[in-house]
Write a protein that binds this ligand. Sequence first.
Ligand SMILES: [Fe+2]
Length: 378
Amino acid sequence: MKTEKAFYEALKYRDPREHIPLEPAWMKETWAQDHKIHKFLPNPYPRKEFFWWIYKEIFGPTRQHQGIVDWLPHHITLNKIKPEFRLAFVGDIMEMKKYRLLFDTSVTDFIADVDLLVGNFEATLTTMPKWVMDQRHNLEIIDQLKSLMNPKKILLNVSNNHSGDFGLANFNYSIDRMTWAGFNMFGRKDIPNYFLGGKINIVSSTMWSDQKDCSYMTRFTDRDQYYINESGIFNILYPHWGYENELWPRPWIVKLSHKLLDSWDIVFGHHPHVPQAVTAVQKGAVKKLLVYSGGNFTSGLNENKHNWGIILKCEIGPLKENPSKIAVGNVNWQFIQVEKQNLSRKIIKDEGPLMLVKTVPVTPLFQDVGSLDLNGHM
Ligand SMILES: [Fe+2]
């Protein structure tokens, strides 16, 4: 009879008892604990927002504060720089439910030349059953996202209002499973940021959590702890913030954004599920990039209001006239449409329904934005 050691060797696995991983140090932190999961209508906002939130879910996105900020044209040079990095950003990567997911070449071509694609992984990858409001990714999301580009060039944020949907064990499994598949993950409190090329510090943080007691993701109030205040470092804030189904940012978010850009070099927001303005703010000699919401990049809801987003890429490097200062140069952006495909009944039965993600010049949500003048005025 074989020894147990020989048994594992024959299987080409090591005896699991020989290499039980050490408990990571962060497991002893006070934030690394589970919370009671509230299953009935979890709501990320203060109580006074509740009925307004329901109203927008039923009747669609609102246009309050329309025109509060100007949009940038689809192609613009913000500053004269020597490009060193190319980064792309998208908004929420929502669960696909029953749908297959395909990315059009207009998307893969758009990001083919970037060093890093940053997106918000809104759902937890788990096989646990979900409650109505939970966001749960299927295992297929791994190969679907890999079809975009090499996963080593994809950075996924897990700090959002759905981080607490399934508790700490499933949250950790989701991060591990995606990391094993080659993706870069950030947003748990011990991995608040991602550092690219020794110069670019990308920071996660969420303003909201559906599960009020959830403590293990990075919070918006802690963002400045993750800012690197050193010359030659370019700091990008990638916050999960704002309000769902609102097409324009509220005045207090506009004010806050301008204040954030006193120190941060780019702010790219997500969470509203609809696109909000791509804009820029002059700070001293430099124009800084500000996107209020990237909208949705994927969606398993066949609802027109939830099937729009933004894909943006920008060049980053030292200013030509002041090489000690890093800034954004060329910016390119397009609207994203997540479009349900009309397939034959047989294909749907055999292979399942399909959503295609593609770039489009205009969206019915912002009919005038396709024809912006060079100053971003509609
Ligand atoms: Fe969200």
